[in-house]
Design a protein around this ligand. Structure first.
Ligand code: MN
Length: 747
């Protein structure tokens, strides 16, 4: 977003013109004369519109749209139309130039794309989550023209690359948005390079220290890696050359974020991650021979190095849902090291790097065209079925269209593709909504399974239906696909409506007997019982949550209207309390009184706040404050699991938070220790180290053992992260303890 208003000076004008000329020169070969005219005009419009605007960094704003255009062309592989749109992408939002003018001067196609790139304006206050609304808008245009999303990606990646000028809490918000929506979308569209870059920048913002540590370790080992790759390929080269297929070999270091991911999920140190890099063999071969050649290379490589059979993945025969094709295997390379090998052709490589955009170029090459078309059909499906709630839409979208797939079969052998994690009941709804509604028995590979059975690749699934079956609320917990969810939801709504009719009838009978006309009194009851609508009141009556014959005794009828009898003592309305209002939350609220936190530079006590027990922050953790609907401010760690969702969807509720100085606060942190059971003494050693030697209080302690292993949970009371790390370190040093993990959640 532009910030200041100093006009472009002469030097900057020269720089801008140079950048623009360079862009034009590189794209010229794929442009017609008309294209060039439009590009020139777009530059003129953007130049005039943004002339007085600057970015946070101080440079003229116009550099941004020009750079986005360059990314579109060079990094994503888009053509002239997209370049024009990229140059114009912020014009409607940030300058007086209107969409009508764009349509008039550039035509309806460019108008449509630029409109898709323009944020919803003005009415932000009407939306619970403007981000989600904007996202829904972008996706709606995606099905019309996928370039909207691709240009959006370029816009986002440039903003991420230039985040440095932003204050930290804004950086966190933008990083979270990117993590929540753009990174998975990039993955889904096959834009692997962008996805990796997103994830790396996100990590650099969220966990700068870890990022830098890993980065320097990677650099330190680079020469070693290059040497190893040479060693790996040299005994193969001759045989590979004999195939007559030309090829190149790359050693790809894993991205920092993916290494970090592995360290966390596998709980092993950097040094023990064997696949810090992959060897990529890229074949230059005509399309008819692609598959054969790749398998031939596989065969030659595995003649020399022994493969690990479970790690063979054939994404060539069955490409991933985002179009990715490649043959992957892991072999035991020189010095007994595990090495991941990726075999693919130049075409597959381009698709892997550029995804959707490259897919156009190769449209017509075997199955390529269909993967994205199927995906786009699914997007349309979700747009059609999801109701107007944008947040629900984003969630459906995320669970359904961002995840990897499982491939399952109907009894007749037709393949169906569902998102990973989909259940047998999802399958039923995928076949047809009627099959879903009435599903009673589900069989996988001829064995009866529960409805919630998680589908596995290759499963053959059959569904038995019964007319009397109908969806229940519980089904919503079983299914994961948006299609099934929205079908069940609308069926529940219908059911609720039907039930409500019964409630309404009962209410009418009762009011008639009280001689209180329905229309005059129904809203009085809605207000009294605090239901959100008439329909809710009817439903509550049908469900006997409100019982007219007993609950209406507190009323008398005056002038045909219900009024409370004076002596009656209406029950207190059920409190709409904080759902987190548990014992732990209470405890946390008590200790909040001594903790000192600054929110937006002011002492947080003025606002009243508590700690999220999803991540249980400790003094010293990097934190932010989130303004809740009901419980004032909640303090979360920036790497909290919920943070991404909060920051991405409710960024406007996020406030900067920091710890103040060295206060004597107490925080309770749960640690899980695992180890080899060395018999008696472990408990004693732990208490000795922690409470006697370090003087740290242990609040709770439980330990359980099984067949030589044990797992213990220790709640320690610490003042800050330093003390916590001290405790963790001390525990790790105890003989017999193999791992100590801080758990995010408290109970
Ligand atoms: Mn922009």
């Amino acid at each position: 977003m532009p910030v200041s208003n100093t006009a472009i000076n002469d030097i900057e004008k020269k720089q801008l013109n140079t950048v623009f000329r360079r862009l034009k020169r590189s794209i010229a070969p794929s442009c017609s004369g008309d294209d060039i005219k439009k590009i020139n005009l777009a530059y003129k419009v953007a130049y005039e519109g943004h002339a007085m605007q600057r970015r946070k960094s101080g440079e003229p704003y116009l550099f941004h749209p020009l750079e986005v255009a360059r990314i579109c062309y060079e990094e994503i592989g888009l053509g002239p139309t997209a370049i024009v749109c990229a140059i114009l992408h912020d014009v409607v939002e940030d300058t007086p130039y209107t969409l009508e003018q764009i349509v008039k001067n550039f035509g309806p196609k460019i108008g449509l794309i630029v409109d898709g790139l323009t944020k919803l304006d003005g009415m932000y206050n009407n939306f619970e989550s403007p981000q989600a609304e904007n996202f829904k808008k972008v996706i709606s245009t995606l099905v019309e023209d996928v370039r909207v999303v691709l240009i959006k990606m370029a816009d986002r990646v440039h903003n991420m690359r230039t985040l440095g000028a932003m204050p930290r809490h804004k950086q966190l918000k933008i990083a979270a948005e990117t993590e929540y929506i753009y990174a998975p979308l990039a993955h889904r569209l096959g834009l692997y390079k962008l996805k990796t870059e997103f994830q790396d920048i996100i990590m650099r913002i969220q966990e700068p220290e870890v990022y830098e540590e890993l980065q320097s370790k990677l650099e330190a080992t680079e020469r070693q890696r290059n040497k190893y790759i040479k060693e790996f390929i040299s005994p193969l080269r001759e045989t590979l050359d004999e195939t007559g297929v030309s090829f190149r070999v790359l050693g790809r270091p894993k991205s920092i974020s993916s290494i970090y991911n592995k360290i966390q999920t596998k709980k092993v140190p950097f040094e023990e991650i064997y696949d810090l890099f992959a060897v990529r063999v890229i074949l230059d071969v005509e399309s008819a021979r692609e598959k054969t050649a790749c398998w031939q290379f596989y065969s030659i490589i595995t003649d020399v190095y022994r493969p690990i059979p479970e790690r063979l993945k054939d994404w060539i025969t069955t490409p991933k849902g985002n179009g990715y094709e490649s043959l992957h295997t892991t072999v035991i390379g020189p010095k007994g090291k595990y090495v991941e090998v990726q075999i693919r052709t130049e075409r597959m490589d381009e698709i892997a790097e550029r995804g959707f955009a490259a897919h156009w170029k190769y449209k017509g090459v075997k199955s390529q065209s269909s993967v994205f078309d199927i995906w786009l059909d699914n997007v349309r499906d979700i747009l059609d079925t999801s109701n107007s709630d944008a947040l629900e839409f984003v969630n459906d979208f995320k669970t359904n269209l961002f995840s990897e797939e499982v491939y399952v079969f109907t009894p007749k052998g037709d393949m169906r593709i569902l998102p990973q994690g989909a259940t047998a009941l999802d399958f039923a709804f995928d076949i047809h909504s009627e099959v879903g509604y009435h599903a009673t028995a589900l069989k996988v590979n001829n064995k009866l399974v529960p409805m919630g059975y998680e589908l596995q690749n290759g499963d053959q699934v059959s569904v038995t239906t019964s007319k009397n079956q109908k969806p229940t609320e519980d089904w919503l917990k079983i299914v994961v696909t948006g299609k099934a969810r929205s079908k069940i939801r609308s069926s529940m709504k219908e059911e609720r409506r039907k039930q409500g009719e019964l409630g309404k009838e009962a209410l009418m009978r009762k009011l008639k007997s009280m001689k209180a006309p329905f229309e005059d009194n129904v809203d009085i009851l809605v207000k009294h019982f605090e239901t959100t609508s008439r329909a809710e009141l009817f439903y509550a009556i049908a469900m006997e949550e409100i019982n007219p014959s007993t609950d209406f005794k507190i009323f008398k009828v005056v002038d045909h209207k219900l009024v409370l009898k004076e002596e009656s003592n209406p029950e207190k309305p059920i409190q709409q309390g904080d759902p987190e209002d548990t014992k732990a939350a209470l405890e946390r609220r008590i200790r909040k009184t001594n903790a000192k936190i600054l929110v937006n530079g002011e002492p947080a006590d003025t606002y009243g706040y508590s700690f999220g027990h999803c991540c249980n922050p400790v003094e010293g953790d990097s934190i932010f404050a989130y303004l809740t609907n009901w419980a004032g401010l909640k303090i979360h760690r920036t790497n909290c699991k919920n943070a991404t969702n909060l920051l991405a969807n409710y960024g406007y509720r996020v406030l900067k938070a920091e710890w103040v100085g060295d206060m004597k606060n107490n925080f309770i942190v749960d640690l899980v220790v695992t180890g080899v059971d060395s018999g008696i003494g472990v408990i004693q050693k732990i208490t000795e180290r922690i409470s006697v030697q370090l003087g740290i209080n242990i609040r709770s302690f439980s330990i359980a053992g099984d067949e030589g292993y044990f797992e213990g949970k220790i709640g320690v009371v610490v003042m800050n992260t330093d003390q916590l790390n001290q405790a963790i370190k001390a525990l790790r040093e105890i003989e017999g303890i193999s791992n100590v993990v801080r758990i995010e959640k408290t109970e």
